[in-house]
Design a binder for this molecule. Structure first.
Ligand code: NAP
Length: 282
């Protein structure tokens, strides 16, 4: 019988701790923890994500500064705003909701965010620190996965971990975190040969590819820990993950559901990073 990892319950527990730490920061420094959220354009999915992030800030006593810029915003205008936020002592974390409209240079914009305010953990300095095993601001989704493993007493040390997907925001930092936790890590992607064979050797299988129900029972070892990062739609338009939960769950020792697994952890880790950034500020 597999254990279903409850991301919603863990997120609620962590948010309670974050609320306490944010309140303690305010008491110590006479200032709120602050997060700036920048949204350019009106992509409906991005609007929802931003609304949820602002709501989560309110619930944990973090002050949010919301900036909504029109879709036709020029690169210089965006960079000017980010530089202003970088210098603003009330702002401890800066988040630019991605993707940006096509005419904007994402890389140049993100480069305006100083590493110590990069609460998404995307900038080269923070990624470099992670690769070198140093304490740093870590990308929220893989960071949330590590918290889930910790909560359920799953120690990656000496385990064979397979990460399916190599994106900069999930797969690569996930692989580095597992490596830093002493797992033996293999990263797979669309060019990987014998994918089923590689996946079925994993003690810990983390899947982040964006393909609905792609991982089936024949790709999973008996007793494996299966973490599903995917947020996809099935043939009926219903939210589902990259893992075929119904066939894989009976084989797994632990498994995350979608929804209610990794998803609730991502925004929680953003809040966590923001509090961390605030404590690290002068
Ligand atoms: P992404 O940037 O599109 O990257 C997908 C990765 O999967 C790529 O490395 C790609 O390989 C690999 N891939 C795609 N199809 C494959 C296949 N058939 N076999 C093997 N590898 C394959 O995706 P992402 O941003 O990492 O997101 C992945 C999923 O996680 C999506 O469903 C997304 O919605 C979800 N997500 C969820 C959260 C959350 O909070 N729960 C956060 C972020 C993302 P190549 O590199 O070779 O192209």
């Amino acid at each position: 019988m597999s254990t279903i990892i409850d991301g919603k319950a863990l997120a609620a527990k962590l948010r309670g701790q974050i609320r306490e730490r944010a309140a303690a920061f305010c008491a110590e420094r006479g200032q709120d923890v602050g997060l700036a959220v920048v949204l350019v354009g009106n992509d409906p999915a991005s609007e929802v994500y931003v609304r949820n992030k602002i709501k989560a800030c309110e619930e944990t006593g973090i002050r949010s500064f919301s900036y909504r810029l029109p879709a036709e915003t020029r690169q210089e205008q965006l960079e000017e705003l980010l530089q202003t936020l970088a210098a603003d002592a009330r702002v401890h974390g800066i988040l630019v909701q991605l993707p940006l409209p096509k005419h904007l240079d994402e890389r140049a914009a993100l480069a305006c965010i100083p590493a110590e305010k990069d609460v998404d953990g995307f900038c080269a300095q923070n990624v470099g620190n992670l690769a070198m095993g140093r304490d740093t601001l870590v990308a929220c989704t893989p960071h949330g996965v590590m918290k889930m493993l910790e909560e359920y007493g799953i120690d990656p040390r000496g385990k064979r971990a397979v990460v399916l997907g190599r994106s900069n925001i999930v797969g690569k930092p996930m692989a580095m975190l597992l490596l830093n936790a002493d797992a033996t890590v293999t990263v797979c992607h669309s060019k990987t040969k014998d994918l089923r064979e590689v996946c079925s050797q994993a003690d810990i299988l983390v899947v982040a590819i964006g393909r609905a129900k792609f991982v089936t029972a024949d790709m999973v070892k008996e007793g494996a820990v299966v973490i599903d990062v995917g947020m996809d739609r099935d043939e009926n338009g219903k939210l589902c993950g990259d893992v075929d939960f119904a066939s894989v769950a009976p084989k797994a020792s632990y498994i995350t559901p979608v929804p209610g697994g990794v998803g609730p952890m991502t925004i929680t880790m953003l809040l966590y990073n923001t509090v961390l950034a605030a404590y690290g500020s002068k």
